[in-house]
Design a protein around this ligand. Structure first.
Ligand code: DHE
Length: 516
């Protein structure tokens, strides 16, 4: 049967796309996408856009995302700027393999490493008179800086430039002296909070998610979107010790969603974005009794750390992909949610699923907190797609309350000494509102609007829970200090789009009111 001539033309165009087609998509990408996703598609403020990283996103969905934006991210809608043909061309473009995805192995990372202050030159005591346990590290996203804030006087002690787009919580050494910060472009930086100096930096990946610090303070674990890997650093000087490729036993590779430290277990727990597995990686040497029976993946590691060194991987198969994690205070249960919906509880000892949760509003679980309520521990989490705080009983995993809010929220915070939990409304017309919830009645008792029209989000308490610090996410923004009991404003510190803030004491004591 002869083919109609139109078909032949289409076939020809597919096999030999005209130069203008490619350059059009390239130009569209450069004009609309490169600023956030990188001119090379390797990621920036937004994730890397390569076929290797888009496994889970169907093309029709990608078209939708470009057209309408992605909820709960900085990805805007382009339907008012691009026509359907442009959107199709861009979709085609981001699924095209790069001629070569740059390699980033241990040697590449090591070549970027700089040590600014040698261990022997670090002072033996703090060189300032602020309480080192009550310092805050404030991330100023607007101009890529961190500010170290005295948590008693609420005055800045130092301000450092950082690499591009710090994301996720900076993590502290167990004694609270050092802080480790990770940027979306893969850089890890270490600062000394006693001498107020930058100690070292290294680029551990191309597109990085976050980092975790082992409870013995010896290692930093970095989770990457690109390459698909976990990287172990020496916490002292950020020397890369080992790269653990994120691959399933069938050889499929995966982005790392996030990595957390689980101190009572002596391990890191990693969420894999493209493989239905959770990984537990022991930092103990030798691994604890019982660990030997679990699956080790020494052969999958590379670098010059000897095989006798720690970091064996235990794979825990799970139903579905888990993008977001939360743990109970004992680190026995992992509560995992998927961006596609649904949440489950996994017993980390047995590796079995023990409950499904009624969480369909895409909770940002990492932002949830727990407290005692009527003699039992409850978990409360905001939802990125639903105007609701969901409250769950951690004994039977049933929903005990749904607190309606003025819009979907990102962060929720409290402190052991405070009767209130603070929850922001990050999205929609009420994003300048912050709800204050009574932790016993589970009711909103007050809604603050500290800077009308500007996003108010992310709260952190000081060491003893008497003050709450709130960010105004604006280039002409501020950190506002509140009396946590009277809810009255005490001070407003000008800052450049401050995002998260992190109190040394609350983080290292793993306060129930904050993230870890
Ligand atoms: Fe975050 C923490 C994932 C978008 C600000 N965010 C985290 C963590 C994860 C995560 C897994 C916990 C890591 C940690 O602290 O070690 N964030 C994601 C996403 O998947 C999402 C939705 C899409 C993305 O772009 O990656 C996302 N996050 C954002 C933002 O758009 C925010 C509001 C602005 C920004 O910086 O990009 C944002 N995320 C934050 C902050 C924390 C965070 C401030 C730390 C909160 C804390 O108190 O610990």
């Amino acid at each position: 049967m002869s083919r109609p001539p139109g078909c032949a033309v289409i076939l020809f165009l597919i096999m030999f796309p005209p130069a203008w087609a490619a350059s059009d998509a390239e130009r569209l990408y450069a004009d609309h996408c490169a600023e956030c996703h990188g001119s090379d598609r390797l990621g920036g403020m937004g994730p890397a856009l390569l076929p290797e990283n888009l496994h889970r996103l169907k093309r029709e969905k990608a078209v939708q995302v470009i057209r309408r934006g992605r909820p709960a991210t900085q990805m805007p809608a382009f339907e008012d700027r691009l026509n359907e043909q442009d959107i199709e061309a861009l979709t085609e473009y981001i699924y095209k393999p790069l001629p070569q995805v740059p390699e980033w192995n241990r040697m590449h990372a090591e070549a970027t490493r700089k040590v600014f202050v040698a261990r022997e030159d670090l002072p033996g005591k703090p060189l300032h008179d602020a309480d080192p346990m009550n310092l805050f590290v404030v991330v100023e996203l607007g101009d890529h800086h961190i500010t170290i804030l005295d948590g008693d006087r609420f005055e800045p002690l130092a301000r450092f430039p950082t690499h591009f787009a710090v994301h996720g919580g900076p993590k502290f050494s167990p004694d609270g002296r050092f802080v480790y910060v990770s940027s979306r472009d893969g850089w890890i930086e270490k600062f000394d909070l006693w001498s107020l100096k930058k100690v070292a930096e290294v680029r551990a990946g191309i597109n990085t998610r976050n980092l975790a610090v082992s409870a013995d303070g010896r290692h930093v674990m970095v989770g990457n979107y690109l390459p698909h890997s976990l990287v172990v650093l020496d916490a002292a000087d950020l020397r890369p010790l080992r790269v653990i490729p994120a691959r399933s036993s069938h050889g499929r590779s995966s982005r790392i969603s996030a990595v957390y430290a689980a101190p009572p277990r002596g391990s890191f727990i990693a969420a894999l974005k493209d493989i239905p597995e959770v990984w537990e990686i022991s930092w103990e040497s030798p691994p604890p009794p019982g660990f030997g029976g679990w699956q080790h993946d020494y052969r999958e590691t590379s670098g010059d750390a000897k095989d006798s060194e720690p970091f064996p991987v235990r794979r825990i198969p799970v139903a579905g992909y888990l993008d977001d994690f939360f743990f109970d205070p004992e680190y026995i249960h992992l509560i995992g949610a998927s961006r596609d919906g649904g949440a489950q509880v996994i017993d980390l000892d047995t590796g079995r699923r023990v409950a499904e949760l009624e969480l369909d509003g895409m909770p940002h679980l990492g932002s949830g907190i727990t407290w005692e309520w009527k003699g039992r521990r409850i978990l409360a989490t905001p939802n990125l797609r639903k105007p609701e705080i969901t409250v769950i009983d951690m004994e039977n995993w049933k929903t005990v309350a749904r607190i309606p809010t003025l819009g979907p929220g990102f962060f929720m915070r409290s402190h052991e000494n405070s009767r209130y939990a603070w929850a922001d409304v990050f999205f929609g017309p009420n994003r300048d509102a912050v709800h204050i919830i009574d932790k016993q009645t589970l009711e909103i008792v007050k809604t603050l609007r500290p800077a009308p029209g500007k996003t108010a989000a992310h709260v952190e308490f000081d060491k003893d829970g008497t003050h709450a610090l709130l960010s105004i996410w604006d280039m002409d923004g501020a950190v506002i200090v509140y009396d946590a009991r009277t809810l009255k404003e005490i001070k407003r510190l000008p800052m450049v789009k401050p995002s998260g803030k992190y109190n040394v004491h609350n983080k290292i004591t793993r306060s129930e009111g904050t993230s870890h």
